[in-house]
Write a protein that binds this ligand. Structure first.
Ligand code: MN
Length: 743
C-alpha cells in the first residue's frame, strides 16, 4: 500500500502536544518569511509525524522530534522559503520510512521531491566513504546538489545532530564531530552561514575535547559579569548621545565563540585572558537607518574615544566578497584598553550572520519565489566559482573553489575519492590508480553497471576497472584520455610498439641479407636508408615491419651499392623481378604480422602499397575491392562496405580488382557486436571463450549496458572469415548472448 492511501493528511487531527509544536514552527516561519503556504507546511508536518511514529532516536525521544527541530533551524537560521522548511520536515522520510519519493511529489510537488532526493543521495555518499579529503568532498557536494537548498537542509540536519550528539557512543561522537569540523563548518563558512558555522565548531570541539571546551566555557562565565559591566560603562556616554539623536540600535557585546578563542590561544600561544580581553562591541542600527547613519555613529564614538587609525576598515564602501558590510575601528579607553567597534545596519548584520541566504532575501525580496531562488542559486555558484583574487577575506582564503568546474570527483570501489579533470574516462581513472591497471583495462563498471572504457565520467561515479590477464592497451585510447599520466603511458606504449615493428622489420632484412650472403655495415645501411628518404635505418625497418617496404628492394639497392660503390640517385629504377623474387617477396611479407602481402592485385602480387580500410576491416575470405588513393596507395574495402559502395558509384575509375592471396599467414582485425542480457560475469565469460577455447587475441572490448541489456563491441585478431565464423558460433553458446553480428 502506498503511503498516499495509508495516510489521510488532510483529515488527520494532530494530538494537542504536536499541534503545539506545529504552532511554534509556523510562528517562526511567519517571523522569517514573506510567503508562506501554511496548509502545505501543516501537511508536511503531519506526514513527518505519522511516518516516523513509533521510531525513536538514540536519546530515546520519538524520532519525529529531529525533523521538526531541523525545520525550525531552517526557518530560523536559513529562512529562505517554505519549500525548504517542508523539505526539512521530510528529509529523513524516504530513507527511513515507507514514504516514497513519488508520494512526496504527489503531495508536495517536484521541488520538494528534488531536494529530498538530493539530501538522501548526499547521505549515501557520506555513509561508505572516507571523508578525510574535505575539500574535494565539498566540491563534490556542490556539484552533486541540483538545488542549493539540498545543502542548506543538510546544514540544519547536521546542526541538530550535533546538538544531540551526547547520546551516541564516544567513538561515534568523535567521528561525527571531526567530520563536522572538517567538512560542514568550512562549507557553512563558505556559504556565509556564520552562526551555524560557529555553533557547529563549538559543538564539535565540545565532543572532541570536552576538557578544553569546559575550561574556556567556565572562564567565560566567570568573566561574564565583569564584561557586561565594562560594556555598560564603555557605552554609557555614546549610548546617551545616540539616543538623543534618535538612533534606534542594538548593542551586541557577545564574546567570540569558544572554539575560535581556543584556536587563537593555540595559534598565538597566549593565555585565555589576553585573547578574551580583545573583544568587539557591535552597534546594529535598525531599519530604516542607512549606511550614512553608520558614519554618523562612527563620528560619535570617536568624539569620546581615541581611534587607532591603522585599525580602521571600511567594508561598507568596499564589501567583502561574501557580501559582508560593516565599519570597523579600534579605539582606546582612557584606561588604555583597546576595544574594537563594529557599526552596521540590521540588514548588514543579517547578511553577516546568515550569509548568502539573507543576502538573497534582501536583494530579491520583491521578486516572486522561484525566480529569485534561481537568481540566488546562480549568485551562490558565481561567488563560489569566482572568488575575487584581490580579496583578503577568510572567505576566499579558506577554500579556493574556483577550480572545481574543471574537475570531477569519482570514487574507487573502496570509497576512496579521486580527482580527475573534466571529460576524464575510465581509462584515465585506470591509469590514475596504477599504470598496470590502465594497461590491462578491458571494461569498466560504473555505479554497478557495465560501461564503455571511453565513456566520460561524471561527478560522484563509483568506478571499477575490469582488467584482463594480458596487456590490452589500445593506441586509439590516446584520443579518449585527458590526464597526463594516461597520455604519456599510451604514447610510450605506441613508441614501444613501433620499436617492436621496426625490430621485426630488421629481422626480416637480416634474414634476406643472410640468404643473399650480403655483408653490409651499419654506415652503408644508413646511406641506403637515406636513398629511400628515411632519416634513420630504424624508420626504414619500421616500414619493412609494417610490410609497406619490401626487404628485396633494399637488398637490390644494397647489392648495387656494394658493386658500384655509389648510391643511385635515380629512384625510378624498375628492374624486373624474377618469378622467384616475387614468390620470396610474398612469403617474406606474409610472415610479417598484420598487414602482410596478402592481396593479389589484378591477378598478381605486386609491390604496390596497400592498407585495409578502417571503416569495414576486411579479413581474408571477405569479398573485397581496392580503391586507388591520391598518393597511389590502394585501400582495401569489403565490397559491401557503405563507403566502398559510394566509391563505386562516384569514382569508379579508381576501383581496382583485388583478391586474397592463398595461404595467408597473418592476423587481421575483425570486429563483432555482441548483444545479450546484462548479467554479472558476461564479459568474463566472453573473454574466457576467446582466450581459452579459441586462443584468439582480443584488441579491445567496449561495453555499454542499458536497461538490463548488454552490448559489447569486440575487436580481435583473426586469420580470416572462417576463423571469425568459428568465434561467432562459439560465442553464441555463451549464456545470455542473444545475437552476434560482424561490426
Ligand atoms: Mn536527519
Amino acid at each position: 500500500m502506498s503511503t498516499i492511501e495509508k495516510y489521510d493528511l488532510e483529515g488527520y487531527q494532530l494530538e494537542k502536544a504536536q499541534a503545539e509544536d506545529l504552532k511554534q514552527l509556523l510562528k517562526i516561519c511567519r517571523q522569517n518569511m514573506d510567503e508562506l503556504d501554511e496548509e502545505l507546511v501543516t501537511k508536511a508536518f503531519k506526514l513527518c509525524y505519522l511516518s516516523h511514529l513509533g521510531i525513536t532516536r538514540a536519546s530515546g525521544e520519538p524520532y519525529y522530534y529531529h525533523p521538526i527541530e531541523v525545520a525550525k533551524i531552517v526557518a530560523q537560521e536559513i529562512n529562505i522559503d517554505d519549500v525548504s522548511v517542508i523539505a526539512a520536515l521530510l528529509h529523513d522520510t524516504v530513507e527511513d520510512t515507507d514514504v516514497e519519493l513519488e508520494d512526496i511529489e504527489y503531495w508536495f510537488g517536484k521541488e520538494v521531491k528534488v531536494i529530498i532526493d538530493g539530501v538522501t543521495k548526499i547521505a549515501g555518499v557520506f555513509k561508505s566513504r572516507d571523508s578525510k579529503q574535505a575539500e574535494a568532498f565539498m566540491k563534490l557536494l556542490l556539484n552533486m546538489a541540483e538545488d542549493i537548498r539540498v545543502i542548506l537542509v543538510k546544514f540544519a540536519d547536521r546542526l541538530h545532530n550535533m546538538r544531540t550528539i551526547q547520546h551516541l557512543r564516544r567513538e561515534k561522537q568523535i567521528q561525527i564531530a571531526s567530520e563536522t569540523m572538517e567538512l560542514y563548518a568550512p562549507l557553512a563558512h563558505r556559504f556565509g552561514l556564520f552562526n551555524i558555522k560557529n555553533e557547529l565548531e563549538d559543538l564539535s570541539f565540545k565532543a572532541i575535547d570536552p576538557t578544553s571546551f569546559k575550561f574556556i566555557a567556565r572562564k567565560l562565565r566567570e568573566k561574564k559579569e565583569a564584561r557586561e559591566t565594562f560594556i555598560d560603562e564603555f557605552m554609557m556616554p555614546v549610548g546617551r548621545q545616540l539616543r538623543q539623536q534618535h538612533f534606534n540600535f542594538e548593542i551586541k557585546g557577545r564574546p567570540k565563540h569558544i572554539y575560535s578563542i581556543y584556536r587563537k590561544m593555540q595559534r598565538q600561544q597566549k593565555p585565555f585572558e589576553e585573547i578574551y580581553d580583545l573583544f568587539a562591541i557591535r552597534i546594529i542600527l535598525e531599519e530604516p537607518h542607512t549606511k550614512e547613519d553608520c558614519w554618523r555613529v562612527y563620528s560619535i564614538f570617536t568624539d569620546w574615544y581615541t581611534p587607532i587609525p591603522e585599525r580602521f576598515r571600511d567594508f561598507i564602501s568596499v564589501p567583502k566578497t561574501n557580501g559582508y558590510q560593516s565599519l570597523h575601528t579600534t579605539v582606546i579607553t582612557n584606561r588604555g584598553k583597546k576595544v574594537e567597534i563594529q557599526i552596521r545596519t540590521r540588514r548588514m548584520d543579517d547578511i553577516a550572520e546568515k550569509g548568502l541566504a539573507a543576502h538573497w532575501k534582501y536583494k530579491e525580496g520583491e521578486k516572486s519565489g522561484s525566480e529569485s531562488l534561481d537568481r540566488f542559486v546562480n549568485w551562490v555558484r558565481d561567488v563560489l566559482d569566482n572568488p575575487r583574487p584581490d580579496s583578503t577575506t577568510d572567505f576566499v582564503k579558506d577554500f579556493q573553489l574556483n577550480l572545481y568546474q574543471d574537475e570531477i570527483y569519482v570514487f574507487t570501489p573502496n570509497g576512496e575519492l579521486k580527482t580527475l579533470p573534466k571529460h576524464a574516462t575510465p581509462i584515465d581513472f585506470a591509469f590514475e590508480i596504477h599504470s598496470e591497471i590502465g594497461e590491462r583495462a578491458m571494461a569498466a563498471n560504473v555505479n554497478g553497471k557495465m560501461a564503455p572504457l571511453r565513456q566520460k565520467l561524471r561527478n560522484g561515479d563509483q568506478v571499477e576497472i575490469i582488467t584482463g590477464k594480458q596487456i590490452n592497451l589500445n593506441p586509439d585510447w590516446i584520443d579518449d584520455v585527458v590526464t597526463h599520466k594516461a597520455k604519456s603511458r599510451i604514447r610510450q606504449f605506441i613508441k614501444q610498439k613501433q620499436r617492436k615493428v621496426a625490430d621485426d622489420g630488421r629481422d626480416l632484412w637480416l634474414k634476406r641479407a643472410e640468404r643473399g650472403k650480403l655483408e653490409i655495415t651499419d654506415q652503408e645501411l644508413t646511406k641506403i636508408a637515406k636513398r629511400f628518404k628515411y632519416e634513420t635505418t630504424q624508420s626504414m625497418f619500421y616500414d619493412v615491419g609494417l610490410g609497406s617496404l619490401d626487404p628485396n628492394v633494399i637488398f637490390r639497392e644494397a647489392k648495387k651499392f656494394k658493386s658500384t660503390g655509389r648510391i643511385e640517385d635515380d629512384s625510378t629504377e624498375t628492374s624486373s623481378k624474377s618469378e622467384e623474387e616475387i614468390q620470396e617477396n610474398y612469403i617474406n611479407a606474409a610472415r610479417s604480422v598484420g598487414d602482410g602481402k596478402a592481396v593479389i592485385l589484378n591477378g598478381e602480387i605486386t609491390d604496390v602499397r596497400y592498407t585495409y580500410a578502417n571503416c569495414c576491416n576486411p579479413i581474408p575470405g571477405d569479398n573485397v575491392i581496392g580503391f586507388i588513393s591520391r598518393d597511389g596507395d590502394i585501400k582495401i574495402h569489403r565490397a559491401m562496405c557503405n563507403n566502398a559502395q559510394h566509391l563505386i558509384k562516384t569514382e569508379s575509375d579508381r576501383i581496382v580488382d583485388v583478391q586474397w592471396a592463398r595461404n595467408i599467414d597473418g592476423k587481421f582485425l575483425g570486429a563483432l557486436r555482441v548483444i545479450g542480457e546484462d548479467r554479472v560475469g558476461m564479459i568474463n565469460d566472453i573473454t574466457d571463450v576467446l582466450s581459452k577455447s579459441l586462443t584468439t587475441n582480443m584488441k579491445s572490448i567496449n561495453v555499454t549496458s542499458n536497461e538490463g541489456m548488454f552490448e559489447g563491441i569486440i575487436t580481435l585478431y583473426v586469420d580470416g572469415i572462417k576463423h571469425l565464423n568459428r568465434i561467432i558460433k562459439r560465442l553464441e553458446r555463451v549464456q545470455g548472448v542473444k545475437s552476434i553480428i560482424r561490426y
